[in-house]
Design a protein around this ligand. Sequence first.
Ligand code: B12
Length: 207
Amino acid sequence: MDELTRAVVQLEENQVIEIVRRELKKGTPVEDIVERCRQGMEAVGEKFSQGEYYLPDLIMAGEIFNSILEVLRPIMAEAKTRKLGKIVLATVKNDIHDIGKNVFKGFAEANGFVVHDLGVDVDPELIVSTIKEEKPEIVGLSCLLTSAFDSIKDTIERIKQAGVRNQVKIIIGGAPVSEELKNWSGADAFTRSAAEGVKICKELLES
Ligand code: B12
C-alpha cells in the first residue's frame, strides 16, 4: 500500500499532512494526492464494516480528509480559467457525507465552473427551486449511502415533475454509484472520481 494511503488508513493525521505537503513540493498533481487519500478512506470504511473501526474512527477519518483539503484548497483555487458553466451541487436527502462533494466542487471550480453548493441532506424541493432560480446547465448529486439511492431517484423525479428536466444534465457521484444506478434513477452520467466528473461535465455541456 502506498505510504500516503497507509497513513490515512492508520488515521495518522500529522504524518498524512506531512506527506501531502512533501508530494505538493515534488509537483505531484492534486488529483493523484486526492485519489491516494480516497483509497485510504475506502479502506477505513472497510475496517468499519468489519467491526475493526468504530464511528469515532470514521469521524476522525473525515476530519483528516478535511485537513487535507485545507492544504490543497489554495492550490486548487490558483487555476484561473474562463467560466465554463454553472453546476448546482448537493448531497442527497438523508445523506450527510460531504467530503467527496467538496472535492468535486474544488476541482470543478478550478476548471472554470461556477458551483452553487446546497450542502448535505438536501430536500428535492430545494434543488428544484434552485434550478429555476440559478438556471444551471448541470446538477451534481452526491450519494455515499446505498440507503439514500431512493433520494437520488426522488430528486430526479421531482425535477421531471417540475418541468425542468430538459434544462439540465444530471451527474451522480460517490463511492457506491454505478451505471445501473444511473439508469434506474434517470441520471445522465455517473462517476466515482471527482477528476473524471469534471471531464464528464465538460462533455455534458457540449452534448
Ligand atoms: C468519512 C465517512 C463518514 C463521515 C463523513 C464525514 C463527512 N463530512 O463527509 C461520518 C463519520 C459523518 C460518516 C457517517 C456515516 N457513515 Co460513513 N463513511 C465515511 C467513509 C469512511 C469515507 C467517505 C469519504 O469521505 N471518502 C473520501 C471521498 C473523497 O471519496 P468519495 O466520497 O467517494 O468521493 C469521491 C468520488 O466518489 C467523487 N464524488 C463524490 N461525490 C460526488 C458528486 C459528484 C457530482 C461528482 C461528479 C463526483 C463525486 O469525488 C470524490 C473524489 O474522487 C466511507 C467509506 C467509503 N468507502 O466511502 C464511509 C461510509 C460511506 N459510511 C457508511 C455508513 C454506514 C455511515 C453511517 C450510517 C454510520 C452510522 N452508523 O451512523 C453514517 C451515515 C450518516 C448519514 N445519514 O449520512 C458506509 C455506507 C454503507 C452503505 N452500504 O451505504 C460506508 C461505505 C462505510 C462502510 N464500509 O461501512 N461517515
